[in-house]
Design a protein around this ligand. Structure first.
Ligand code: PEP
Ligand code: MG
Length: 326
């Protein structure tokens, strides 16, 4: 069984009816990048940069960040790397004094892009480091916790100005660095048509989207199954976001834990998803699940999936799809 799975590292992530699904890797360490590469990931779909900022008392400078991002780009040897800008807030253990220390409700507070825009000095340093790394291979920038168009426009204009500065300082950076928004706040999911024209791609953070859509703390075990993406509201919202992006020709991935759960692969494929970003440890199981499905059949049963009225019905839909045994 393990050996069978291991063989899949050189096989394409292709459905039975011949559609190639992009499996990107989530990464936050050198080891993750190495295994992503070895497992045949399409690229890095989510590089979490928080670890550079946490568990220390001084902020990383531009050089340190530049070297870290450049090393990921070099490590992926030409496959695209998606660097997520810092997603820090009072919910993370921060000793640099960057985040506010005692917000009454950290999950609803100054985190992600909100903190970045409030600390333009720190954000600019990070964006300079990221853009400089774009001179070493294909790189994309992804911004967390977007809730509306204003933030997208603010970051896009910062990126343009910083790119100009870097070029005039003599740095060789990529001509175009694709810029994407994470969809993890329900308002951003619903208002996607308002700003899809301002981004190059989107990535759905289902961990936070589930938390905010269902008003269920992602870290609170007492909530049990209340915190779960298997809710009709979540499936409808995912379907709508994926359809909006695809209609506008913008790549869309899911990068939350959901993407790495092979039992849920048929569900995401049925909703129209063709790009997944997941932890390397789950890459081969998800590839096996992709290879066991016919996309046309799944798409045909999407309407049945969207008609499910509760979690039980969604689980029954999942039981009807063919299993992924290789
Ligand atoms: C998410 O919210 O789904 C996500 C990928 O980001 P994080 O888990 O880092 O909040
Ligand atoms: Mg998130």
């Amino acid at each position: 069984e393990r050996k069978q799975l291991h063989r899949l590292r050189r096989e394409p992530s292709r459905t039975l009816d011949g559609v190639d699904i992009r499996l990107w890797a989530n990464a936050e360490s050198r080891e993750d990048v190495t295994s992503a590469h070895a497992l045949g990931a399409a690229g890095v779909g989510l590089y979490r940069t928080e670890f550079l900022f946490l568990q220390r008392s001084e902020l990383p400078d531009e050089e340190e960040q530049f070297r870290a991002y450049r090393d990921v780009v070099l490590g992926m040897t030409g496959r695209a790397v998606t660097i997520r800008t810092m997603d820090i807030g009072a919910d993370k253990a921060d000793r640099t004094g960057l985040a506010l220390s005692d917000e009454p409700n950290p999950a609803l507070g100054l985190r992600g892009v909100r903190l970045s825009l409030a600390r333009a000095d720190v954000f600019e340093t990070q964006l300079r480091a990221i853009l400089r790394a774009s001179g070493y291979g294909p790189l994309r920038v992804l911004v967390p916790m977007i809730s509306g168009r204003e933030e997208v426009v603010a970051v896009a204009s910062l990126l343009r100005r910083i790119a100009r500065d870097l070029r005039s300082e003599g740095h060789e950076i990529a001509e175009h660095v694709p810029f994407g928004a994470m969809i993890e706040v329900p308002a951003a999911a619903l208002a996607l048509p308002c700003f899809i024209g301002d981004v190059d791609f989107i990535s759905i953070g289902t961990n936070d989207l589930t938390q905010y859509l269902l008003a269920a703390d992602r870290g609170n075990d007492a909530l049990g199954e209340l915190y779960s993406p298997l809710h009709p509201a979540m499936l409808r919202l995912l379907h709508q976001v994926i359809r909006t992006a695809r209609t506008r020709g913008k790549p869309v991935a899911v990068c939350g834990e959901m993407a790495g759960d092979a039992l849920l692969t048929p569900l995401l494929l049925a909703l129209g998803l063709e790009e997944f970003s997941l932890h390397p440890a789950t890459m081969l199981e998800v590839r096996r699940a992709v290879r066991a499905q016919r996309l046309d059949a799944l798409r045909a049963s999407a309407s049945a999936l969207l008609r499910c009225r509760d979690r039980e019905a969604i689980l029954r839909w999942l039981q009807r799809v063919p299993p992924a045994a290789s």
